[in-house]
Design a protein around this ligand. Structure first.
Ligand code: HH2
Length: 258
């Protein structure tokens, strides 16, 4: 999954793709580099980010979505708002990636009677406050139970199990130790039978381990991605598609030879 943020303030690519022409060009580049799907985001969810009104999210998303919808690959939209979900589904989005885990009161209804795939991500609190000393007794058990409950809410409303993927939400209300524990035990999340999506690309946990700034985190991001795929991840959300594609190709070739 290649990331294109249509925001002025995303932590790693904010402002670079906020014009539709630049965003479409970047999405086409990521598709040419081997992305199977593109994730379009119009609200930064970096720690401390302020919420964005639905109308502004749609103003950013719709022109890009309309130009990409016939690209032949799947398009995901990263949003927490039911109103945005409904509008982008009408415009041809294939997946809703909700970092809030479909907790907007109308979110489950927005996707229920549609064919879209749903990514249920775990976040503790909201982006403004989520990194204020998060505490868990058993982070893997608690995240697993929460994801199962939210996926269950979608399924109870009629969303087929084959439309749901889950994501532990690396960096969303978690310390470095929590992130490491989750990445090491992705198999526990996958044990519930749902494909696992993981996003660790350029994130601060990579910076905390390596001491690197955002633009220097590619090697660390690749290592984390491969560890995630080795553990259980079925989809990886990345900014650097060409490098990720090569790393996965080499890893897969070695694995296939076992
Ligand atoms: N991470 C970010 C945003 N959306 N969605 C899923 N499913 N999983 C993630 O780990 C995830 C996500 C944060 O990264 P980015 O989009 O690059 O930054 P920002 O939130 O500042 O736009």
């Amino acid at each position: 999954m290649g990331v294109v943020n249509l925001t002025p303030d995303s932590f790693s690519d904010g402002g670079r793709f906020s014009e539709p022409d630049a965003a479409v060009e970047q999405a086409e580049r990521l598709l040419a580099e081997g992305a199977d799907l593109i994730d379009l985001g119009a609200e930064s969810t970096r720690p401390g980010a302020p919420p964005v009104p639905a109308a502004l999210e749609l103003e950013r998303l719709l022109p890009v979505l309309r130009r990409l919808r016939d690209c032949g690959r799947a398009l995901s939209v990263d949003t927490r708002k039911a109103a945005v979900m409904r509008a982008v589904i009408d415009e041809g989005a294939d997946m809703i990636n909700d970092v809030g885990g479909f907790t907007d009161p109308d979110a489950v209804a927005a996707v229920r009677d549609t064919p879209v795939a749903c990514c249920v991500m775990h976040m503790r609190g909201d982006p403004l406050t989520m990194q204020d000393a998060p505490v868990y007794r058993d982070v893997v058990g608690e995240v697993r139970a929460w994801l199962a409950a939210r996926a269950g809410a979608l399924q109870d409303a009629g969303v087929g199990a084959d439309r749901i993927v889950v994501d532990p939400g690396i960096g969303f209300g978690k310390t470095l130790e929590h992130n490491l524990a989750l990445l090491a035990r992705l198999d526990a999340l996958a044990a519930d039978g749902r494909p696992v999506l993981v996003g660790v690309s350029r994130k601060s946990m990579v910076g905390a381990i390596t001491g690197r700034t955002v633009d220097q985190r590619l090697p660390g991001s690749l290592a984390a991605m491969l560890a995630a795929v080795h553990a259980a991840a079925a989809i990886v959300r990345v900014h650097d598609v060409a490098a990720s594609h090569d790393a996965l190709a080499v890893w897969s070739a070695i694995r296939a030879a076992r």
